[in-house]
Design a protein around this ligand. Structure first.
Ligand SMILES: NC(=O)C1=CN([C@@H]2O[C@H](COP(=O)(O)OP(=O)(O)OC[C@H]3O[C@@H](n4cnc5c(N)ncnc54)[C@H](O)[C@@H]3O)[C@@H](O)[C@H]2O)C=CC1
Ligand SMILES: O=C(O)[C@H]1O[C@H](OP(=O)(O)OP(=O)(O)OC[C@H]2O[C@@H](n3ccc(=O)[nH]c3=O)[C@H](O)[C@@H]2O)[C@H](O)[C@@H](O)[C@@H]1O
Length: 448
């Protein structure tokens, strides 16, 4: 099939590339011409393992093109995907400006009936509103054409995008005609998915996306809230998590306590869901609590470090390992490192920052400040430091040379924001160890 993809951020580019990889002819369009230029040279403007190679391969095979004219993108297309961003507005509702810019352009340029697929995460009712707006524009031009608008939310995770897009757990399709469902089935046929392809009303498809993200986030917040009790009563939240997840009705995923979730999606989608409840005047104590627990978690963690260092925090050096919101990405949207480093700085610490993919996109997200220093080596970060803080659990940090770290640090304090390390082992190396919801520090302090 011939497919156009509008919006070449994470989701749009992964969608375009995967569709071309299975043999469709794909044209990508983005409003950002610099991005298009980079992509034509097979340069992917963000870090996602394996994606640059796949983009390059499909460009070379002639299946994937990037154009800067909308009319070129839509000229021969059978299906148009919209994957533009839907960031939060001040009031938490989703900003649909970019989405409606695309709809407006399509309404002015389309000459024939075509299937429009909305990949962006949008509030319930948006697909129906787009359907009406688009077909009204076409009608106002005197055209006897009608476009199907299909909701096809995306469930991929950053850092695992290619695995997820080729091995999904389900494909959700919200449409209003048999023809639209069949078009989507034809489109996905070359992937040979073994997962269910779920057909439903657009409203159900839209809500399914928010439900998935909010549910996953609620598991994290539940564990984080529980970690506070665990810490106080002398339980280890990691052991509780294992016991909990072993029940097949619960499962192990997203039960990992730590400094909470970040990223471009959970925080924004929970705000947007909360906004939908408000709009319909329905109380949602659960949705509110997910977000509240999450934002408190970062503050509690920073407070623990500050209280532990006490007066010694002034002019201390604190090393942060891992800056991105999760491993295997360079995405800094709502990354906990931003807030934690700021809180530590405010308390008087000098903060040294290291990330395995430290690049200008990451550095630019931090304020220019003499109390903040970026370093290119994880061990350089801990040189003369009074605390090592693990913020993001990149595999590079899984088994650091703790003997070397001990030699380099001024005061051997380790604050493990992801409960990534074995407390007994770290303590056996002479460090004071603090995890989240792991109580021993309160009773077994060893210096610092
Ligand atoms: N990032 C992720 O892992 C996931 C994101 N989503 C959803 O997918 C949507 C896109 O997310 P991201 O890819 O992260 O966004 P992004 O912000 O990385 O990329 C959006 C792209 O759209 C382009 N754009 C803006 N206005 C445009 C226009 N009028 N015409 C053409 N291009 C335009 C921008 O230049 C940018 O390249 C959002 O609704 C998000 O919630 C869903 C699942 C996963
Ligand atoms: O809508 C989206 O954009 C995507 O949002 C998340 O994907 P993503 O944000 O890329 O990353 P996750 O792996 O879900 O992690 C999100 C955050 O939760 C944190 N997390 C995750 C799991 C856990 O047990 N504990 C925990 O704190 C991570 O550190 C990270 O900050 C969802 O997992 C995807 O299914 C969804 O498509």
């Amino acid at each position: 099939m011939k497919i156009a993809v509008f919006g070449l951020g994470y989701v749009g580019l992964v969608t375009a590339t995967s569709l071309s990889e299975v043999g469709h002819q794909v044209i990508g369009y983005d409003a950002d011409t610099d991005k298009l230029e980079s992509l034509r040279n097979s340069e992917v403007p963000f870090y996602e393992p394996g994606l640059a190679d796949l983009v390059s391969k499909n460009i070379d095979q002639g299946n994937l093109h990037f154009v800067d004219h909308i009319d070129w993108a839509i000229a021969d297309s059978d299906v148009i995907f919209i994957a533009v961003g839907t960031p939060p507005k001040e009031d938490g509702s989703a900003d649909l400006k970019s989405l409606y810019q695309v709809v407006e352009s399509l309404g002015q340029m389309l000459e024939r009936s075509i299937t429009i697929v909305v990949k962006s995460t949008v509030p319930v009712g948006t697909n129906q509103a787009i359907d009406r707006a688009l077909n009204a524009l076409l009608e106002s031009r005197g055209l006897q054409v009608s476009c199907d608008v299909v909701s096809n939310p995306e469930f991929l995770r950053e850092g695992n995008a290619l695995h997820d897009v080729f091995n999904p757990d389900r494909i959700v399709i919200g449409a209003t005609s048999r023809q639209a469902f069949d078009t989507m089935r034809r489109l996905y046929a070359p992937f040979h998915f073994t997962c269910p392809l779920l057909e439903m009303e657009p409203a159900s498809a839209e809500l399914s996306k928010y439900a998935a993200n909010a549910f996953l986030a609620s598991r994290i917040s539940f564990m984080n809230e529980l970690s506070r009790l665990a810490e106080t009563v002398g339980a280890d939240i990691n052991q509780v998590s294992t016991a909990l997840g072993t029940d097949p009705r619960i499962g192990h995923h997203f039960l990992h306590a730590g400094i909470g979730y970040g990223g471009s999606c959970f925080p924004k989608d929970i705000l947007s869901l909360r906004n939908m409840f408000w709009e319909h005047r329905i109380e949602s104590p659960l949705t509110n609590a997910i977000q509240q627990v999450n934002s408190e978690q970062r503050h509690r963690f920073a407070k623990t470090i500050i209280e532990h260092l006490a007066d010694a925090i002034d002019n201390s050096t604190i090393a942060l390992w891992g800056l991105t919101f999760k491993p295997n990405t360079d995405d800094m949207r709502d990354a906990p490192s931003l807030e934690i480093s700021q809180l530590l700085q405010k308390a008087g610490a000098n903060v040294r920052l290291y990330d395995p993919v430290l690049n200008s996109a990451i550095k630019d997200r931090f304020p220019t400040d003499s109390q903040l220093e970026f370093v290119d080596d994880m061990y350089e970060a801990v040189h003369g430091a009074d605390a090592l803080v693990l913020v993001t659990e990149w595999t590079t940090f899984a088994e650091p040379d703790f003997t070397k770290v001990m030699q380099l640090m001024r005061t051997p304090n380790v604050f493990d924001g992801r409960n990534f390390w074995d407390p007994d082992f770290v303590r056996s190396q002479g460090f004071t160890y603090y995890g989240v919801g792991r109580p021993e520090i309160r009773f077994n302090q060893k210096g610092g």
